[in-house]
Write a protein that binds this ligand. Structure first.
Ligand SMILES: [Zn+2]
Ligand SMILES: [Zn+2]
Length: 260
């Protein structure tokens, strides 16, 4: 938990670096650090020295902090592996039960729209997990990665969304046998409750989206595929009718309309 939070804050703070650099250059400029005047408020040498330190020190600090974040994550996963070893229930028919509601990211791909996980697996709005590694598995299997995953906290999914452009945030319920982790669940079956429509057009990032449009994209997740995204009036103007769906139609196609 702590490691994940730390890494999230680190990635957020690195986005400020270009802005901080611009502000610093502006301040140096306003104080006369770049001028040839005889008596600037700051001597040019001082500015140059400071810039050199800044350019070297800040990225180095980030590298060190990322190494630290990685170390913290490894330590956390070692701890949770150790805790998994303690899974033991005397009676398999008396497992504790819990509502597994969560949030996750999905792409919408295919000529006929279908949910596609970040790993490239396709699933419908109401689906059972399958294992691609071992056909004998009925997910979730303890020592395998199979099963449907979801974050418990909306903010975890929102953060993932911020680093996965093109993905959508969906609200899900997981059912069946499930495992609980520090930040989420992994379970046998999944029901998609709703799809969150992004606030802005996925192309211009300025106007409100009005519809879904499909385009054929190369190299997306290392394979070429039809990919759906939401766009504003302007950015969707050139799309033919059969390459566009309104929000209700998309919910219909995905099979989540009945529950909204
Ligand atoms: Zn498996
Ligand atoms: Zn747009």
């Amino acid at each position: 938990m702590a490691a994940a939070d730390f890494e999230r804050k680190l990635i957020r703070s690195i986005r400020i670096f270009p802005l901080a650099t611009a502000v610093m250059l502006l301040v140096a400029y306003l104080l006369g650090g770049f001028s040839d005047r005889a008596d600037p408020l700051i001597a040019r040498d001082t500015v140059v020295l400071f810039l050199k330190v800044f350019i070297a020190a800040i990225p180095t600090a980030f590298v060190i902090l990322f190494i630290l974040a990685d170390w913290l994550k490894k330590r956390d996963s070692k701890r949770s592996k150790a805790a998994q070893g303690k899974f033991a229930f005397a009676d398999p028919f008396l497992l504790p039960s819990q509502i597994m509601h969560g949030y996750k990211l999905a792409f919408i791909t295919g000529r006929e729209p279908i949910f596609t996980g970040l790993t490239g697996d396709h699933y419908s709005a109401d689906d059972l997990a399958t294992c691609t590694l071992n056909p004998e598995h009925i997910p979730p299997v303890m020592d395998c990665d199979c099963g449907f995953y979801a974050f418990k906290e909306l903010r975890d999914a929102q953060f993932e969304l911020s680093i996965n452009p093109g993905a959508f945030l969906i609200d899900v319920d997981l059912f069946g046998i499930g495992f609980e982790y520090a930040r989420g669940f992994r379970a046998e079956s999944q029901l998609v409750n709703s799809l969150e429509i992004p606030k802005r057009c996925m192309r211009c990032k300025i106007f409100a989206p009005v519809k879904f449009v499909a385009s054929y994209k190369m190299g997306y997740n290392s394979f070429a595929a039809w990919k759906w995204e939401v766009r504003c009036h302007m950015c969707s103007a050139t799309f033919k009718e059969h390459d566009a769906l309104n929000f209700a139609q998309m919910n219909d196609k995905l099979g989540i309309s009945a529950r909204i």
